[in-house]
Design a protein around this ligand. Sequence first.
Ligand code: KIV
Length: 293
Amino acid sequence: MSTSAPVSTSVNPRKKVTTLALRQKKERGEPIVMLTAYDYPTALAEDQAGVDVILVGDSLGMVVLGYENTLPVTMDEMLHHARAVSRGARSALLVGDMPFMSYQVSAEEALRNAGRFLQQAGMDAVKLEGGRERVEAVRAIVGAGIPVMGHLGLTPQSVHQLGGFRPQGRTASAARRLLEDALLLEEAGCFSLVLESVPARLAELISKRISIPTIGIGAGVGCDGQVLVTHDLLGLFDRFTPKFVKKYADFHHEMQRAFTDYIEDVETKRFPAQEHTVEMDDREWDALLKDID
Ligand code: KIV
């Protein structure tokens, strides 16, 4: 790994994105762009590319830490990665995803953990999953001045209750419940709402009925913004990806190619070449040889 100093972001001319700016984007009908990041270089690249919102998602558990689902992710793991992201991003609104069991036990615990994302990890806001059952926690966090993003539909922390990673809100009664939950979260003070894996026309209807911006993932083009898990977008895995993912690159095969080339170069001594090698002045070298004779 190169040990060069972190790249300066001081040339980035963008203004800091705020929750108010997102609301104004919705009002103007301009789509909001959100992506996940879990490390410094990715945050730097996303921020410089102009992404509005960077989510340090608890998808961290699945795409970086290799867990089967998001349930084992801890507050300490989230904070560790959130800190790295906040060092890389200057302008994007930074949202820390509250991990499983960091907000479900009590509103007080939810508030304390939400505060850690801002105080200890440089986040601007937090996200949590769930509807009516989270209203008390949302109120407590918002009441302390911490912006909260809600998350409805396929909520991965409830994977066992939902019976798998499956689309939600496909019956009239389930759709109605989702709409009610969206209205309750808006009323509780959420500044935005992720809608994951719900029918496109339901997501569009919810987006029109609430004044806060909706961010869709697998929820169609009628949302006020879109989010993808960055590792899916970059094609970092050679495995199943959900139907709603669009791969913009094939980094998995690109990494494999680079590693294979490196192995071959090392084994054939093509690497390191002269240009990768540190030299020493002949006189100093002769002096050393004389010295150690
Ligand atoms: O954890 C995550 O990456 C998320 C997004 C899919 C919205 O919650």
